[in-house]
Design a protein. Structure first.
Length: 113
């Protein structure tokens, strides 16, 4: 059974930083790409960043240069370092195993002064 548990969300002022973590259980982490998604109120869930098992990364244009996705296969954990946060980054952030149906429960990120 695969479980994903996100942590690290919270309230931060514009321009601030947060680091999200997604810890996975099960045996599929190391061989799969991982992704971070977000869903703002009233909007559809969108892909934010992905990282392959080999470390290749990809980002949505709106976060390029501000967010960094990384992974530690030994710890079965994927991270999202978010810098220079903007109010429009406010959303619930979710991690996902590849294109599977395995999602975390989400962690709230609120950027507000």
């Amino acid at each position: 059974q695969v479980q994903l548990v996100e942590s690290g969300g919270g309230l931060v002022q514009p321009g601030g930083s947060l680091r999200l973590s997604c810890a996975a259980s099960g045996n599929i982490f190391a061989i799969n790409a991982m992704g971070w998604y977000r869903q703002a109120p009233g909007k559809e869930r969108e892909l934010v960043a992905t990282i392959t098992s080999g470390g290749r990364t990809n980002y949505v244009d709106s976060v390029k240069g501000r967010f960094t996705i990384s992974r530690d296969n030994a710890k079965k954990t994927v991270y999202l370092q978010m810098n220079s946060l903007k109010p429009e980054d406010t959303a619930v952030y979710y991690c996902r195993v590849g294109l599977s149906s395995y999602w975390g429960q989400g962690t709230q990120v609120t950027v507000s002064s």
